[in-house]
Design a protein around this ligand. Structure first.
Ligand code: SF4
Length: 382
């Protein structure tokens, strides 16, 4: 019987841990979840692709055409509404962008074209795909959204697509582990995180299916409809080493602040280290969009105008002192609602301002920003 562990390593948790152990530790503290439009868009495309690949066409006329475009639209529309509800019910979120549904439709077109490119139907119009064609296309999908667990129960993954790799005569020459990517494609080669993830899926699949043929790993980028292959050494030994270090400790592990790791880190309000690094000049404060830790000096809830004073870090535990640097701010949209909520809760400590746009001496906060109480977390709350 497989042992049940208190934590399991997935490709995303492993990547988070490698980026910054503290980010991983914070991700396990059940802090309020944050939604984002790119993540929701990705879910809509993945869920639509999964549903279309799993539909049963038994009993339909083999010659029927014209059904796929209609099905794609209906499926995207359905998952768009489901995702919107989840997004709006997530405690930390920007505004929902209804206009992004066009990108979701394009993403599904891209994903299906990539699947077609592995068959003789490459480049064929969706409106001309018959039920018989689709059954043949679908026959190369050996599994779809399959959950994998290592023999010892420590490693897990959910594989987007396992594809039968056919040669020109239609004979199988192996399997392809394909991960569907809906974000920005790489300039030339896959980055370290995506490579690690793909090799992890490849090796976990091989472990769970010992009678496998040759297995290759590919990232399928829906936005430019390109496939990026990767290859490399066996990674599961490294994954187990990481798993050992990923046990939840009472005290937070050392952080590894960097532009890449901290850039989109959603735990900055709970982590003092990025702010210390900024103060020491190790992280840039020159970006148009930046984060701040401030005290509210003045706020006019009618106009949304405010004055903030930057707080400087002292020591390593998130303590702050006045920096005597102050700046004006114009606040609207969701950021304004958040600031009003904080003020009406009688909290009067420092606040974290996420993603402020600087323009001259003034900063702007809006639907794209976030305002949270400054809450350095120095002990596990689980
Ligand atoms: S803000 Fe930076 S240092 Fe802090 S947890 Fe996130 S990635 Fe790590």
């Amino acid at each position: 019987m497989v042992e049940i562990f208190e934590h399991q390593l997935s490709p995303s948790s492993w990547n988070r841990f490698e980026e910054c152990p503290r980010k991983y530790w914070l991700s396990r503290q059940r802090l309020p979840r944050k939604a984002s439009m790119p993540a929701s868009l990705g879910n809509v495309i993945h869920n639509s692709m999964e549903e279309i690949c799993n539909l049963d066409f038994e009993g339909r006329e083999d010659s029927e055409v014209g059904w796929l475009s209609k099905l794609m639209k209906e499926t995207i529309d359905k998952h768009w509404l489901m995702e919107k509800e989840i997004f709006l019910n997530t405690p930390r979120r920007p505004s929902w962008k209804p206009q992004s549904i066009g990108k979701a439709r394009e993403g599904l077109v891209g994903a299906l074209n990539l699947l077609f490119s592995k068959t003789k139907y490459t480049g064929k119009k969706f409106s001309e795909i018959s039920i018989k064609d689709w059954k043949e296309i679908k026959s190369i999908v050996l599994s779809n959204e399959e959950s994998l667990v290592s023999n010892d129960g420590r490693l897990i993954g959910r594989l987007d697509l396992l594809i039968d790799d056919l040669d020109e005569d239609g004979n199988s020459k192996g399997w392809i582990v394909a991960d569907l990517k809906t974000g920005k494609p790489p300039n030339s080669t896959l980055n370290e995180k995506v490579t690690r993830q793909l090799l992890f899926y490849r090796d976990l699949l091989k472990e769970t299916k010992p009678n496998h043929p040759h297995v290759s790993a590919e990232g399928w980028y829906s936005s430019n409809q390109k496939i990026y292959s990767t290859d490399g050494d066996f990674v599961l030994d490294d994954a187990i080493l990481a798993w050992n270090e990923m046990k939840l400790t009472t005290k937070p592990p050392e952080s590894t602040p960097s532009e890449d790791a901290c850039g989109f880190c959603e735990f900055k309000a709970w982590c003092p280290d990025w702010w210390i690094s900024r103060d020491q000049g190790k992280l840039s404060d020159k970006n148009t969009f930046r984060d701040e830790v401030v005290k509210i000096i003045k706020f006019d809830d009618f106009s949304g105008a405010a004055r903030f004073e930057r707080q400087s870090p002292v020591g390593s535990e998130g303590k702050l002192v006045s920096s005597e640097i102050s700046f004006g701010a114009l606040i609207k949209g969701r950021a304004l609602i958040q600031l009003k909520d904080i003020i009406s809760s009688d909290y009067d400590g420092p606040v974290f301002l996420g993603s402020v746009r600087s323009q001259g001496q003034i900063i702007h906060l809006g639907d794209w920003s976030e305002i949270l109480p400054w809450s350095p977390l120095l002990k596990s709350i689980r």
